[in-house]
Design a protein around this ligand. Sequence first.
Ligand code: FMN
Length: 381
Amino acid sequence: MPTLATTVDGLKLPNPFVIGSGPPGTNLNVITRAFREGWGAVIAKTISLDSSKVVNVTPRYAKLMTNAGDEVVGWENIELISDRPFKIWLDEFKKCKDQFPDGVLIASIMEEYNKDAWSEIVEKCEAAGVDAFELNFSCPHGLPERKMGAAMGENPEIVEEVSGWVMKAAKKPVWAKMTPNVTRITDPSRAAFRAGCQGVSAINTIRSVTAVNLETLRPEPTVEGFTTPGGYSCKAVRPIALRMVMEIATMIRREFPGRTLSAIGGIETGNDAAQFILLGGDTTQVCTGVMKFGYDMVKKMCDELLAFMEKHKFETLDDFKGKSLDYFTTHAELVRMQRERKEKQKAAADEAAAKKMVKADSEWSGDDFVKQSEALARGTK
Ligand SMILES: Cc1cc2nc3c(=O)[nH]c(=O)nc-3n(C[C@H](O)[C@H](O)[C@H](O)COP(=O)(O)O)c2cc1C
């Protein structure tokens, strides 16, 4: 019987399914619900020292539906980090660890470009009992206007410097969460690893404008008649997330063996998760999926992932982590391999035809007459 249990950066998870930072981890009530339903770990909604600077608007979501209108495939949000006071969060972290001492609770943190602020938030969260950190270098909307989130994450030098501050202050494992809104996601990932981060999480949301309303001519989500580009998530982003996870995992293999990767982006099923693990993910995070299907989706995801493992006779997640990375190569190599295969096939066909060559006039057939003639011509060469 295969097992989903895994140890990542010393954190013992019953399964690789982690609540991604966002509404599904936004207060004690929902975090404890996630543990009760069996999630492997919870990353709380991103917090900062001064929540009074965080002011949300409504509406703040816009959805892209299938043509049939029966399923959400893309989800834009212009939601900020948590607008709940830091003190309340510390209290809730403590209560959560009291109730679920074995539950892996990860604090997602974000601060301004200030060493003391990052050190303070790390130290206070650790004192409240969190098990690890995720550094939000990746929120693509709102916060970058304050030079936070993706404004830091798109600059590898700042990622390295700020991660370095955190690594000096933190005793617990640290994952740096990457923005996909860059040309090469490996550059900031490499910077985080250089600074000593144990892991990288990818991806956060993709900057987007979901739709323009053809009646009002206003882009959505429309707030007081206006909007601002938001962050796109849900299954529509999965192919982009898979590509970026593949790139980071390949880099980890070559340059930082042993460092970890938490894969995120449009994961809704155990089979989705299997694909991300095959491309090098140690854990798989779900955010929008929980908003679509609810916390109990984790049970079905575990069953599906176990069924996949049973089918392929994998006993542990490590048995197939990164296995599909071996099947990526350059386009030039694809062309070379295809040409080689076709040449081999042609040579085999020629050999088969030669074997079938008419050796007595009684062997001529009406159907293969032309081929038989050709074979005899080749045979004379
Ligand atoms: C409504 C909403 C709020 C989010 N808030 C945060 C946040 O506070 N911090 C963070 O790091 N990521 C946040 N995210 C990004 C998710 O954690 C995740 O990286 C992204 O949505 C892609 O995964 P998904 O397709 O499973 O949602 C948020 C996403 C959504 C949809």
